[in-house]
Design a protein around this ligand. Sequence first.
Ligand SMILES: Nc1ncnc2c1ncn2[C@@H]1O[C@H](COP(=O)(O)OP(=O)(O)OP(=O)(O)O)[C@@H](O)[C@H]1O
Ligand SMILES: [Mg+2]
Length: 226
Amino acid sequence: MMERKSTGIGKLDELVEGGFKERSINMVVGEPGTGKSTLALQYLLAGITSGEKAIYVSIEEQKDSFYENMSRLGFDLARHEQEGNLLFYECNALKLKEFLEKGSLGFENKIIEMKAKRLVLDSMSAFILLYDTEMKQRSAVQRLFEKLKTWDLTTYLVSEASQDYTQFGLEYLVDGLVKLYYRKVGHERVRTIEVYKMRGTKHQTVETVYRIEGDGIRLYPGETIL
Ligand SMILES: Nc1ncnc2c1ncn2[C@@H]1O[C@H](COP(=O)(O)OP(=O)(O)OP(=O)(O)O)[C@@H](O)[C@H]1O
Ligand SMILES: [Mg+2]
């Protein structure tokens, strides 16, 4: 059987037969502040813990503030970077678009040099907005995915829920799709996570409560939302 890549969250792995399929392209979609970047980072850190190298491509956030915010959750990203296991690649959407039009990503030499096994792209939303028609958006995404499939990489894309991708079908193109919700229950908001699809995987379909705690995201499968 194909090796699974742990999501970095034990209770989430249990929902997806142990993790993402090797070399698959997965995506997390969620509203602002739901924890998309944290979830993606925990996925990379799980790889680093098991001896894999990881790349975080950030279109949205700058390295300094990202490292500082994530240090609140106990993640020492500067150390992982110094040890050569993590590369934080800051890239704006326009630059990425230019690279793709020249048939590259701008960081493939890093993927090859590091022999990176895990990649996060945060976020797709900014990138897609650079293209003005659905057809151009779809073909740009296909070009990106073709590139990613060239390497021995398992990818986690981050995407904003506010953007309607259904128009050109990004959600159809990815192998795995995880959705994060921020539901109003009484006077409080409750965060829930749902594995919406995962090709080749007998995944659970239950919407599970999660919280962002002092050491990251944790799922609470026993809790029900009324
Ligand atoms: N130490 C902490 N304890 C509890 N919750 C925290 C802590 N630090 C951050 N959070 C929560 O995590 C949220 C941010 O997480 P994250 O940056 O992963 O979300 P995001 O979905 O990527 O956000 P954005 O849409 O802005 O990119 C904050 O809005 C806050 O609610
Ligand atoms: Mg984010």
